[in-house]
Design a protein around this ligand. Structure first.
Ligand code: JHZ
Ligand code: ZN
Length: 406
């Protein structure tokens, strides 16, 4: 059972139970499928501060370790996005004398490699050794650690204050949020900014992106809940901006309370959230019914295609694939394999559903009749790369925001 809100201790109102699920990036060896770890994937809203969060959680050591499978540089879209983001920070924030940026969850150095090239003092912090090694090979200075209060203090003692603390698809993964903010408080310069971009609750709702719900995403940030969280820990949400990755995220900029003026963007998005009823229990009850429908339609479609003798395979093995296949009960009978360009996922099985992950070459050898697009947030890049598939009569299947054949 949950012990309440991780931010304010308030009671969690549970609104969605997606059943027993594995850790989404816990790809497994075909020889080691017994005794697979599972937890109950359920979401609740805090009645005190409004933060949507997992009811139960998976220990962080199980999620981040020497074999973290997600490599942030795996798409052109991501590389360009973080190059631009680094450029923006270099121009707007890292322009004083001897500036310093710390990235929490630097992964393979997708952002910091640009900062390193510019010769700016930086430090990546990431608990997963394998991705830290990749970052180092790109000239990034990085340490293998979980960020918390103690680390924030020791980094300040060793390197001095940071002008920017950055995180992308990381801050919502950190359950010990109080310790995280104490670390940020210790490390951040008085006029510095804490910037993070993360999956957006509003996008989950609009796109019915139920596959963004998995163990790594402990929190489902919204503008109102992040503003409340910032305030609780002595900060202020001063700017928000929509960014395009993962179907639509928000970049939050926090400063120490009163240190910067609050941009109009904050009020504007808050108003949008209110109009959308993002915190209303009824909204999420409907969401639960809608995703039940997606599950029914998708499995019905896959069963029909299978009974008609059509070949269907999956494209992409993002963390999302685990939620979709396990929630919908899709196994290797319905989907013999998925292909993915990440070498360290190939040869392994999707956790829970045990669908094999093969290299992209398997896709064209020969092309299937239909391909289920799991990496839908990279659809433009993938469909352009695989244009031969549709040219030769193949069809893409989408499942968010609705089941559809293209
Ligand atoms: P992608 C990530 O989740 C990880 P995931 C993390 N947990 C998080 O918080 C969220 O983002 C927000 C493959 N691919 O980016 C590579 C191809 O095969 O949607 C990846 O395995 N061919 C930190 O896992 C997957 O698709 C291609 O051409 O949902 C995409 O994973 C391309 C472009 C990608 O992240
Ligand atoms: Zn709370």
């Amino acid at each position: 059972m949950s012990s309440g809100c991780r931010i304010c201790g308030g009671k969690l109102h549970e609104f969605l139970d997606m059943g027993k699920q594995p850790s989404a990036n816990g790809f497994i060896d075909p020889a080691e499928t017994s005794d697979e770890f599972q937890f109950r994937l359920a979401l609740g809203t805090c009645v005190g501060c409004g933060m949507v969060q997992l009811v139960e959680e998976v220990p962080q050591e199980r999620r981040y370790h020497e074999n973290y499978r997600y490599h942030a540089s795996g798409s052109v879209l991501h590389r360009r996005h973080f190059e631009n983001e680094a450029g923006r920070l270099l121009g707007a924030e890292l322009n004083g004398s001897d500036p310093f940026i710390v990235e929490i969850g630097c992964n393979d150095g997708v952002l910091l490699s640009t900062v390193a090239e510019a010769g700016i003092r930086h430090l990546g912090v990431d608990p997963s050794t394998n991705v830290v090694e990749l970052a180092r090979s790109r000239g990034v200075r990085a340490v293998t650690e979980f960020f918390d209060a103690g680390l924030g203090e020791s980094l300040r003692d060793e390197h001095g204050h940071a002008d920017v603390i950055f995180g992308a698809n990381t801050i919502c993964h950190i359950a010990h949020i109080d310790s995280l903010f104490r670390g940020v408080d210790a490390l951040l310069a008085p006029s510095g900014v804490f910037v993070f971009e993360e999956p957006y609750l509003g996008t989950v709702l609009d796109h019915k992106a139920f596959d963004q719900i998995y163990d790594e995403h402990v929190f489902y940030f919204g503008v109102a809940s992040v503003a409340a969280m910032a305030e609780r820990f002595g900060f202020e949400l001063v700017d928000v901006e929509r960014t395009p990755l993962h179907g639509g995220e928000i970049r939050y900029t926090l400063a120490r309370r009163g240190a910067r003026s609050v941009r109009d963007s904050v009020g504007a998005l808050l108003a949008e959230e209110q109009a959308a009823g993002i915190t209303d229990p009824g909204t999420w009850r409907r969401f639960g019914l809608e995703i039940d429908n997606i599950r029914e339609e998708l499995t019905r479609l896959l069963r029909r295609l299978s009974s008609e003798g059509r070949r269907v395979v999956g494209y992409g093995a993002p963390g999302k694939t685990s939620t979709v296949t396990n929630y919908c009960g899709i196994d290797s009978d319905l989907l013999p394999f998925v292909c993915d360009s990440t070498r360290s996922k190939q040869g392994l099985l999707i956790p829970g559903s045990h669908i094999p992950v093969l290299p992209p070459e398997a896709f064209s050898n020969p092309y299937p009749d239909y391909a289920l697009m799991f990496a839908w947030n990279h659809a433009d890049e993938i469909m352009a790369k695989e244009s031969e598939f549709t040219a030769s009569g193949g069809h893409w299947i989408r499942y968010v925001p609705e089941v559809r054949i293209d």
